[in-house]
Design a protein around this ligand. Structure first.
Ligand SMILES: [Zn+2]
Length: 203
């Protein structure tokens, strides 16, 4: 879906321009760099943006502490997922470099797990909590989602929106796996209107 042409770039904050139609977190994440076909609009502009995005993406219940270094690392992970996704879609095969970046994040997705010893005579307690560095944990979840998507049959459902002026990546959950547009309300509708106009001018 298009952004306004007169948008002042770079953005100061990205939140107003996030969209959530990719069908899974790793691709919503890729879509935070918008208009990849043209001007690469960065919507993870600040560390606060990243913290808010990870929460809105439902990866965390509350905003984590995020510093500049994590923002840089997040963008690096995102671009690795993006390159690997495109290489899977066009069947050129992802490079080892990008896969290594994704793989390196997988351990961060582990929960802190403990089997807590009870007071004498009562039952032990199993506890799994989000690790202290919740920001890294959330990036780990994104890497895991990407790894499952790229490294299994799920890869057959990766798509780029068919609209010429849209760079949205999405996961096709439709039954026949023939979905072409990131959204029927947005790009799908524009294409329909265009076809309609073309038919009218043929008359
Ligand atoms: Zn689209």
């Amino acid at each position: 879906m298009d952004l306004p042409d007169d948008l002042v770039l770079p953005l100061e904050r990205g939140a107003p321009w996030w969209y959530w139609l990719a069908g899974r977190p790793a691709l919503d994440f890729v879509n935070t760099l918008r208009e990849r076909w043209w001007r690469n609009v960065e919507t993870l502009v600040t560390a606060e943006d990243l913290a808010a995005w990870l929460t809105e993406a439902n990866l965390l219940a509350e905003a984590p502490a995020v510093d500049e270094a994590l923002l840089v690392a997040a963008r690096e992970l995102r671009e690795a997922i993006s390159l690997a996704t495109d290489a899977v879609i066009d069947r050129s095969g992802p490079r080892a470099r990008e896969l290594r970046v994704i793989e390196a994040w997988l351990p961060a997705a582990r929960l802190d797990e403990h089997l807590v010893a009870p007071a004498a005579g009562s039952a032990p307690v199993f506890r799994a909590t989000v690790p202290e560095d919740a920001g890294r944990f959330a990036l780990g979840l994104l890497a895991r989602d990407a790894a499952q998507m790229l490294g299994t049959e799920q890869r057959e459902r990766l798509r780029i929106c068919a609209a010429e002026t849209c760079s949205a990546r999405f996961y096709d959950r439709s039954r026949g796996a023939r979905r072409r547009w990131c959204s029927m309300q947005g790009c799908g509708n524009v294409a329909k209107a265009r076809r309609h106009r073309a038919r009218q001018s043929d008359l």
